[in-house]
Design a protein around this ligand. Sequence first.
Ligand code: SF4
Ligand code: SF4
Length: 386
Amino acid sequence: MNLTLKNLYDDFRDPKTIKALAELITQEAEKLDRPVNIMEVCGGHTHTIMKYGLKQLLPEKIRFIHGPGCPVCIMPKERIDHAYILAQQPDVILVTLGDMIKVPGSKGSLQQARSQGADVRFVYSPLDALKIARENPEKRVIFFAIGFETTTPMTAALIDRAEKLGVTNLLYHINHVTVPEVMRELIDSRDEHIDSYNNRIDAFIGPSHVSVIAGAKIYREFPERYGRPVVVSGFEPVDVMEGVLMLVRQFTQGRCELEIQYRRSVTMEGNLSAQRQIDKFFEKRELFKWRGLGNIPHSALKLREAYAHLDAEKVYGEQLPVEEIEDHKLCICGDILRGMAEPTECQVFGTACTPSKPLGSCMVSSEGACAAYYKYGDLLQRRSDR
Ligand code: SF4
Ligand code: SF4
């Protein structure tokens, strides 16, 4: 028999296994004397929870809170405006990944910039930006880099390759963000506003792709310092359910630990050579503004001073505005990203705001909470009506 990718996934999506895990969680949860709120930090987990109806399989005492783990969703309008303005500079090709081109900034989305004549290109791999730069030596190519720890090594590899090949017409606008700092922000209250929601989170499901690179060690402080257990889980439904079971067992057994469910790829230390390459090109920013969360210290990366000549934020500094921009007044993405609201609580969810015409960022990326609710909400309703 030929082994296909589907064969590899099937066991991790097997309905019988998912139901058996749901039963084990239910039995274990009966021992709890209070409900447990679990934040799944990453939108990849939110997508799985919605797609496979995992919320509906869990007992009432176990609740999911959706977190801010989507690089598309958390991008503030100011940064999207930067991309929009850069794309309209003479002789510039702006290159970016994923759903970024659909996110509305205050001037419009990159898609709109493109319809007005700007050269905006969407790529699947950062290395494609190098190809575009080499094919267009008379232009300046700007790579608008986004993503958590998972994608940062790819941007580092792009810079490294471009340097080695002597490519000089490729610049970078760096928007790489880091997970532990935002988790800390959600718990470690710095002001009264944040204090109003931090106590809702009892435990975390940690994103596994981030830990493949950075190691599970980045979450150590949460059980040790904040008393919140973390289980680093994969993205398949069986992974998420096993992660939930591991967390519930920690509560019933009186433990508070960092555990790895996704043992097939995650270690405590992570990928050390990727970490070294990231360190070669990047350093922490003092502050980075997250949509809905405001400025979070040390929660993002920037190019090191030695690479300032490649930094589009510096090269085009005079054209790029610095003032803060409010979100659309009806959009509650901020509350959703803080785990304070569900998408269906938004007045314009599914009416004025849909994936084809998003008002806010959470409706854009397929892993954004609003997009996941929009796509799978009917399915869940039909299941609950049965
Ligand atoms: S785009 Fe994303 S949600 Fe959105 S996530 Fe990716 S890594 Fe997590
Ligand atoms: S439904 Fe649209 S407008 Fe409402 S919170 Fe989600 S993205 Fe924002």
